[in-house]
Design a protein around this ligand. Structure first.
Ligand code: DGY
Length: 334
């Protein structure tokens, strides 16, 4: 009998779909799954449905039957890939269905920081708005400025399209590889990271968290940015040295920052960055709209079902585990 563990509560229709495969156990408690519940239930689970539970050697050694972990997120930095290879456990994720929603949030943060939306909302609510106010309320333009995108994947492309076609911006980008189609379609220009940082009015960080991108935006990199520039992070908090960001924001090194992600999440409420009026902070909501989160949950369930039914080729397996997926497909005669 196949057993499926979900680290989050399931809706009736989701449970019903998964129940066609076998027995379903789901964490129904408040907040993140309790460790004792997870380790108890993983011991005889064949499949794990999650959205951020760390899948590492400790968990995998407690899960002798596990065949697949399906995460309801595009990011999978919570997967320990070598450990998953060693235990021959596949990892699936949800690329594609959240690109436009996350790109919208990049613009929400660009506009909010440039036009000081949150700061001035507080200003109005606190009764500071008086006739005669003027320059004290000014912000900076987004339209026709230069946008530097760090990480030109599907989401980067969706941001670049909004920037070029909607706001008439010049688009620069840096990425692991060149994207000639984006260059042709949107006149985007590829630059090395230091050159991109120096030339951009807005920098949007979209790169996945990997060994190479941990602490990518450090003191040296912030020093390349213009004092008038705005930094947006919608990738992962650990791509940024938060002390260096704080220094850049308080010393006039950069103008403002819009942050959807933090090194520690939830970010402690007394974090120094949260005390700055030139920071707009959000609780990691890049993909958090009803429609997109529903689509991500459905895709995560589709992926899990595909692997358990032996249709591995139909699942969105993360790139680093595609070799293993091929091997496992061949060995089950696909
Ligand atoms: C993702 O899907 O990786 C987003 O950051 C939401 O977690």
């Amino acid at each position: 009998m196949v057993r499926i563990l979900s680290t989050k509560p399931l809706r009736a229709a989701e449970r019903a779909r998964l129940a066609t495969l076998g027995e379903v156990v789901a964490w129904e408690g408040e907040g993140p799954i309790a460790k004792s519940f997870l380790f108890d239930a993983i011991a005889d689970a064949d499949a794990l449905l999650t959205s951020g539970t760390r899948v590492d050697e400790t968990l995998l050694s407690a899960a002798p039957r596990l065949r697949v972990v399906s995460t309801s997120s595009v990011g999978y930095d919570h997967f320990d890939i070598p450990a998953m290879r060693k235990h021959r456990v596949l990892g699936a994720h949800t690329p594609g269905v959240l690109d436009e929603t996350v790109a919208d949030l990049a613009f929400a943060l660009m506009l909010a920081t440039a036009r000081r939306v949150v700061e001035l909302d507080t200003y109005v609510r606190q009764g500071h708005w008086q006739r005669g106010d003027d320059e004290v309320l000014y912000g900076v333009d987004v339209h026709h400025r230069t946008l530097g995108i760090v990480g030109m994947g599907r989401i980067g492309h969706a941001v670049a399209r909004r920037a070029r076609l909607g706001f008439g911006m010049n688009v620069l980008y840096n990425s692991r590889s060149r994207h000639e189609s984006v260059e042709q379609e949107l006149q985007a220009v590829y630059l090395d990271l230091p050159d991109l940082l120096a030339a951009s009015d807005f920098v949007v960080l979209l790169t996945p968290l990997t060994k190479e991108t941990v602490g990518l935006m450090d003191r040296q990199m912030f020093a390349k940015m213009q004092p008038s520039a705005i930094f947006i992070n919608i990738s992962r908090g650990k791509t940024v040295d938060e002390t260096a960001l704080y220094e850049a924001l308080t010393s006039g090194g950069i103008r403002a920052a819009g942050l959807d992600v933090f090194e520690q999440e939830p970010v402690p409420h007394d974090h120094p960055l949260l005390k700055l009026p030139n920071v707009v902070a959000l609780p990691h909501i890049g993909s958090a709209t009803h429609a997109t989160r529903d689509a991500m949950r459905q895709l995560a369930i589709d992926n899990l079902i595909a692997v358990i039914e032996g249709r591995i080729q139909d699942a969105k397996i993360v790139p680093e585990l595609q070799e293993l997926a091929k091997e496992l497909s061949q060995s089950c005669g696909q």
